[in-house]
Design a protein around this ligand. Structure first.
Ligand code: NAD
Length: 277
């Protein structure tokens, strides 16, 4: 069944479930994205630093799906932060993707040591005004970074893409996003397939619904309102991860999954992550 969309704070529709391509080499990305689009995905999440914008763009071009039916996200890498360098990096991303606009452009990390995300975002506002991104947003922004951005720029980010899964439920960020109508997009929604999918609570709920642990975790995200972008290069899993619209978790399931939150980060703490500064 079809993936529902959420309406971003600027009126743009974004599929609530998309396909992530981190750590997928460029040539494999072309294949994986093609499989994803064939399987019904319409939203693809890449980034300049993933070095697979070219492969992603190739798959988009040969998909046979109209551009306006797709939702393409890419991200500005840390080393390119700053007003002019952002405009140049955006041109390079569009060029690699072979597109004349993206649906969502994100600042990949705040990089506090560089102290450039406000100027960077002003370049994003220009890209938005020029119609070359339909939406702009941020990634890995913690409440302090988001509060500063909201205070010093004009366009409220449409999205904040943050690490989020049942073991890192991010209540504080989600509440702040809700207050400002910023969509919460979950990265590593499956906990990178490491551990989370073997947690007894998750396995038991999967058995109860005759579904897989990955499907249960994705359902949890969808039912609490997150946008999700699970990654896989395995065709059967790519299909499994989008086949999550024919069942529903009940209140007991949601409560049991909520109890798994232990603030367990798989990635770096954004306040301290200054790679490329
Ligand atoms: P994920 O949580 O999507 O897990 C992917 C891994 O889980 C796969 O490599 C595979 O090992 C396993 N898996 C996938 N489907 C499965 C299934 N059905 N059954 C069992 N195992 C399965 O991890 P991710 O790739 O880190 O995150 C998803 C996407 O989020 C990335 O591809 C990327 O687009 C984005 N992301 C963004 C940032 C950021 O800083 N903004 C950081 C990390 C990831």
């Amino acid at each position: 069944s079809k993936v529902p969309s959420i309406t971003l704070n600027n009126g743009v529709e974004m599929p609530q479930l998309g396909f992530g391509v981190w750590q997928v080499p460029d040539d494999e990305a072309a294949k994986a994205v093609a499989t994803a689009i064939e399987s019904g995905y319409r939203s693809i999440d890449t980034a300049a630093i993933y070095e697979n914008e070219t492969g992603t763009g190739k798959a988009v071009a040969s998909s046979g799906v109209a551009r306006e039916e797709l939702f393409i996200t890419t991200k500005l890498w840390n080393s390119e932060q700053g007003y002019d360098s952002t405009l140049r990096a955006f041109d390079a991303s569009l060029d690699k993707l072979g597109l004349d606009y993206v649906d969502l452009y994100l600042i990949h990390w705040p990089v506090p040591a560089k102290d450039a995300y406000v100027d960077t975002y002003k370049a994003f506002e220009k890209i938005l005004a020029d119609g070359r991104a339909r939406s702009i947003g941020v990634s890995n922004f913690q409440p302090e970074h988001l509060d500063r951005l909201l205070g010093e720029t004009s366009v409220v980010p449409a999205v904040n893409q943050i690490e989020l899964h049942p073991q890192l439920a991010q209540a504080e960020s989600r509440a702040l996003h809700a207050k400002h109508s910023i969509a919460t997009e979950a990265w590593s929604p499956l906990g990178q397939g490491r551990g989370l999918l073997e947690v007894p609570t998750v396995v038991a709920i999967a058995r109860k619904h005759d579904r897989t642990p990955a499907q249960v975790v994705l359902r949890w995200h969808l039912q609490i309102g997150n946008v999700v972008i699970p990654k896989s290069v395995t065709p059967s899993r790519i299909k499994e991860n989008i086949d999550v619209f024919g069942f529903e978790l009940d209140a007991d399931d949601l409560a049991a999954l909520a109890a798994l939150d232990e603030g367990k980060r798989l990635g770096p703490n954004p306040a301290e992550f200054n790679l490329g500064a």
